[in-house]
Design a protein around this ligand. Structure first.
Ligand SMILES: [Zn+2]
Length: 216
């Protein structure tokens, strides 16, 4: 039975690396994938991983009907045996419905990869719809770690290293940013709740006004 599978996790947990691995394994068996992505760090129409691998992909547009896109592709003699949707948190809920229809009506497996929650620890709309519709949810176990060494389960947005909790849901940034720029950092829930990033923990440790980090 074809399935809609949601591979979920924090930033930096290896989602895109796994997407590329699935693509590699299936193409080695002669299967052809349709790869969708949106706002990948490598630029438009790319699916890339932090380990340096990259492949071409279809950049999803606002309002694009992914089901119709596949039907059109097939009707023009194109081939697709399965679908990968990376950065699926950025897809609209309707586009997730369209991916479910690809599974049900076209009989293809759809593998969606996405960050579950945003920097305020709220579900992205696309991820919420995936949780609602997926046949199976896989929480990726390549563990990203908080600066304290605990498992990182939450995404923080930072400006100049300080965690912020206001702002638009989607702001492009990366985990390696210089001071003053929007960046992202993965934290454990405890430090996300306390808004304590690696930079603020370092600053606190150096300040004579506060107890050492071991008391945190
Ligand atoms: Zn922590």
């Amino acid at each position: 039975m074809p399935e809609l599978v949601f591979f979920s996790g924090t930033m930096d947990c290896g989602k895109s690396t796994l997407a590329l691995q699935i693509e590699h394994n299936r193409s080695a068996r002669g299967l052809v994938g349709m790869i969708f992505t949106r706002d990948d760090r490598a630029g438009e129409g790319k699916l890339s991983s932090r380990l340096g691998l990259v492949t071409d992909a279809v950049e999803v547009e606002d309002g694009q009907d992914l089901y119709a896109y596949l039907v059109e592709h097939l009707s023009q003699g194109g081939r697709a045996d399965y679908v990968i949707a990376d950065e699926a948190q950025f897809l609209a809920p309707e586009q997730i419905d369209q991916l479910a229809r690809v599974v049900d009506d076209l009989g293809m497996d759809v593998f969606a990869f996405g960050i579950t929650t945003d920097f305020r620890s709220k579900l992205f709309p696309g991820s919420q719809r995936l949780v609602e519709l997926a046949d199976r949810i896989e929480v990726l176990q390549v563990e990203a770690l908080c600066w304290c060494g605990a498992r990182a389960t939450h995404n923080a947005r930072t400006i100049g290293g300080e965690m912020v909790v206001e702002g638009a849901q989607v702001v492009v940034g990366d985990v390696n940013q210089s001071a003053g720029e929007v960046g992202y950092e993965v934290l454990c829930r405890r430090h996300h709740r306390r808004r304590m990033t690696a930079a603020s923990a370092r600053a606190a440790a150096l300040s004579p006004d506060v107890l050492p980090v071991s008391a945190v």
